[in-house]
Write a protein that binds this ligand. Structure first.
Ligand code: GLN
Length: 385
């Protein structure tokens, strides 16, 4: 049988490839983004309690009602936006599933979707799976600045969606109020929907404030904003996130969500509803991760890797052009097998840069959501490179 692939250029995601190689050779895994420490004991306890009390069957399709209420309360507290938990919040099986549903609910065959690359590697295949056409605005090291006038010139009558991500994976850059205003002005009068991936909303440093799309009512009217409990509470494997969107967009989002996963993990949702009443953990996240970023930068200061600015996310980019001319995928594989530290080649976040081929930027991504002992050990190993 001849299978006609919908995604002929897609192989196994780089996160699986690099984590697999790290495990195989026993390297320190700073590639895939996940913490090497556990979520709060109390949160784990709450999951067990809710399981014991019977939260083991399907949750309601849009999510546990109490959790959606708590999410709406949190949004009002931190972004000052009034969100209706019944019609504007949908709990999902993690950020990636929410992104897929957001795209699948609105993008029809032939519709154009503007992506700012480098971007998270699921965006493009999600667009292509539903027959959409990715239109790329490429950003470059070291500052990965977005030229909104150039983005505006990419808008055509076929443009259905613009995808943004702030703080941005993999660059660690953030969009500021001026960027959000530029987007708002650019999209005014168009039918373009904004997919605003804000899963790193609390991982923001140096006193910067997260410029959420929820802060701007005119912009919010066309937005699906995506969030992740995994990033906020150190449990990426619990696969729980949510999508916030106005009722008319949420209605369409749920049509796809209900037939994609139906609902998200029930005991986790019940536990998050209890746990997130106290804002202390998420309010402490900027300081918690900024300390790790700074510790990692210090641990790397004796190496020949040059850091790029990191304002958010738990990713730190490094330029390795002082070390090697190798393409970034080859370099990352060699770092893993010869030096014992795994990282992600930034070319994997560009659709026109084939990993393994020479690229203009010699930049790789390390995840610093790790305990200090591991970050220190990685720094020592990388001093030998
Ligand atoms: N978002 C995480 C990262 O960028 C990984 C997600 C995944 O492995 N699918 O590393």
């Amino acid at each position: 049988m001849h299978i006609q692939s919908k995604l002929p250029k897609v192989g196994t995601t780089i996160f699986t490839v690099m984590s697999g190689l790290a495990t195989q050779v026993g390297a320190i895994n700073l590639s895939q983004g996940f913490p090497n420490f556990n979520p709060s004991e109390r949160l784990q306890q709450l999951v067990s309690e809710h399981m014991a009390r019977g939260a083991n069957q399907y949750s309601p399709m849009p999510g546990v009602p109490l959790l959606r209420e708590r999410i709406a309360e949190k949004i009002e507290r931190i972004y000052g936006a009034k969100i209706d938990p019944d019609t504007e919040v949908t709990v999902t099986a993690g950020g990636t599933q929410a992104i897929f549903c957001a795209i699948a609910a609105f993008v029809r065959p032939g519709d154009e979707v503007i992506l700012l690359e480098p971007c998270y590697d699921s965006y493009r295949p999600s667009v292509e799976t539903v027959g959409g056409v990715p239109v790329i605005h490429a950003l470059s090291a070291p500052d990965y600045r977005v030229d909104w006038a150039a983005v505006g010139r990419l808008i055509t009558p076929r443009t259905r969606m613009l995808c943004i991500n702030t703080p941005q994976n993999p660059t660690g850059t953030i969009l500021r109020e001026s960027d959000m205003m530029a987007i708002n002005n650019m999209l005014r009068g168009t039918e373009v929907i904004l997919m605003s991936d804000e899963v790193y909303e609390h991982l923001i440093y140096d006193g910067e404030q997260h410029a959420s799309a929820l802060l701007y009512p005119e912009l919010y009217a066309r937005t699906l904003a995506i969030y992740s409990f995994g990033k906020t509470y150190h449990n990426t494997g619990w696969k729980t996130g949510y999508c916030v969107a106005p009722p008319d967009l949420t209605r369409e989002f749920r049509k796809v969500h209900q037939f994609n996963v139906f609902s998200a993990n029930h005991p986790m949702q019940a536990a998050f509803a209890d746990f997130m009443v106290d804002p202390a953990e998420y309010l402490g996240l900027p300081a918690f991760y900024q300390k790790k970023r700074d510790f990692f930068l210090e641990a790397m200061s004796g190496t020949r890797f040059r850091p790029l600015p990191c304002k958010g996310t738990y990713f730190q980019l490094f330029d390795y052009s002082a070390i090697s001319e190798e393409p970034d995928l080859d370099f990352c594989k060699r770092l893993t097998t010869e030096f014992g530290v795994a990282a992600i080649p930034v070319s994997s976040f560009y659709s026109d840069r084939v990993p393994g081929e020479k690229t203009a930027d010699r930049v790789i991504r390390f995840c610093f959501a790790k305990t200090e002992d591991l970050l220190a050990q990685a720094g020592r190993l990388l001093e030998r490179v």
